[in-house]
Design a protein around this ligand. Structure first.
Ligand code: NAD
Length: 290
């Protein structure tokens, strides 16, 4: 049974993964490039646990115990007793490969490795390690403490025991694991991002305004958020990069990124994170930009 977990990368996803792993009772070591980032991550975990406390999801004792379970480090030597290490660092293949190279000499031979990558081939990353059979994808959704899904992706060499151990851990973390094959963007992004891209085409071709497209999908398809609002939430740069991965990885013109999406990204209008995307977020209420 997986009891000690290492998390590499303490960004948006890494601190969320550390949070749910610690809440599930695991001992967690969380690493990043600097103490500052790690302290900022601990602070965010504290805020998110407070929110769960206010909502009655956890009590004071659980909060204190969860915080206590997470140790921060900038040194992979502290990962020597981990049963599983989950890599959740920057989405760049070279960064991930370098991490595995420096991490592996410190790991136990039987330790499992997982990556939270959204778009890089699990099989290719596994091949860059000394343990492709004990390597797999564990793709959490953002924000991790809130979203119930985790996609579990086997590389070509992943063995059944690894998959089962990680599946059992996912359940202990309170997640619903879904198995996906190692194809570009897995399941959720393969379906969701082409819908977002199509919404941008609908805007580009003048079929509807930002307001009418979002309202139509909220009221007509019962979506909690319109596709353009969702694009701003995800980040237009992230939407574009997933479409590029699908377009290149599957070599099918149906995944062609909408030129209007490209233009917004070129303008630096990336959505909520830059206060402007399909909506302008500078005022009290979001205002459509088209
Ligand atoms: P982020 O930029 O918020 O965090 C990445 C962290 O990795 C940063 O804190 C950075 O300092 C750290 N890092 C970089 N190089 C490192 C190294 N050598 N050693 C240790 N830490 C290092 O990114 P994120 O949004 O948390 O994404 C992380 C991973 O999760 C990516 O692979 C991404 O594709 C995937 N993912 C993201 C989302 C999302 O919605 N943001 C959803 C699912 C999966």
């Amino acid at each position: 049974m997986i009891e000690r977990i290492g998390v590499v990368g303490a960004g948006q996803m890494g601190h969320g993964i550390a949070h749910v792993a610690a809440l599930a009772g695991c001992e967690v070591r969380m690493a990043d490039v600097s103490e500052d980032r790690l302290r900022a991550a601990l602070e965010k975990i504290g805020h998110n646990l407070d929110r769960q406390l206010r909502r009655g999801v956890i009590d004071e004792y659980t909060k204190a115990k969860t915080v206590d379970q997470i140790k921060i480090t900038t040194n992979f030597a502290d990962f020597g007793d981990c049963d599983l290490v989950i890599e959740a660092a920057t989405e760049k293949e070279a960064v991930k490969r370098d991490i595995f190279k420096s991490l592996i000499p410190h790991l136990r031979d039987d330790a499992l490795l997982a990556t939270n990558t959204s778009s890089i081939s699990i099989t290719r990353l596994a091949a860059a390690t000394d343990r492709p059979s004990r390597f797999m994808g564990m793709h959490f959704m953002n924000p991790v403490p809130v979203m119930l899904l985790v996609e579990l992706i086997r590389g070509i060499a992943t063995d059944d025991a690894t998959f089962e151990e990680v599946r059992e851990l996912s359940l202990r973390m309170g997640k619903h694991p879904v198995a996906a094959e190692d194809f570009p963007a897995f399941i959720v992004n393969r379906i969701l991002l082409p819908m977002v891209n199509e919404a941008v085409y609908t805007l580009y071709e003048g079929v509807g305004s930002v307001d009418s497209i979002d309202m139509a999908m909220k009221l007509g398809a019962n979506h909690p958020m319109g596709p353009l609002e969702l694009a701003d939430f995800i980040g237009l740069d992230v939407c574009l990069s997933v479409m590029q991965v699908l377009y290149e990885g599957l070599a099918d013109s149906k995944y062609r990124p909408c030129p209007l999406l490209v233009k917004y990204v070129e303008a630096g209008w990336l959505g909520r994170k830059t206060n402007r995307g399909f909506y302008d977020y500078n005022g009290p209420d979001p205002i459509p930009t088209r």
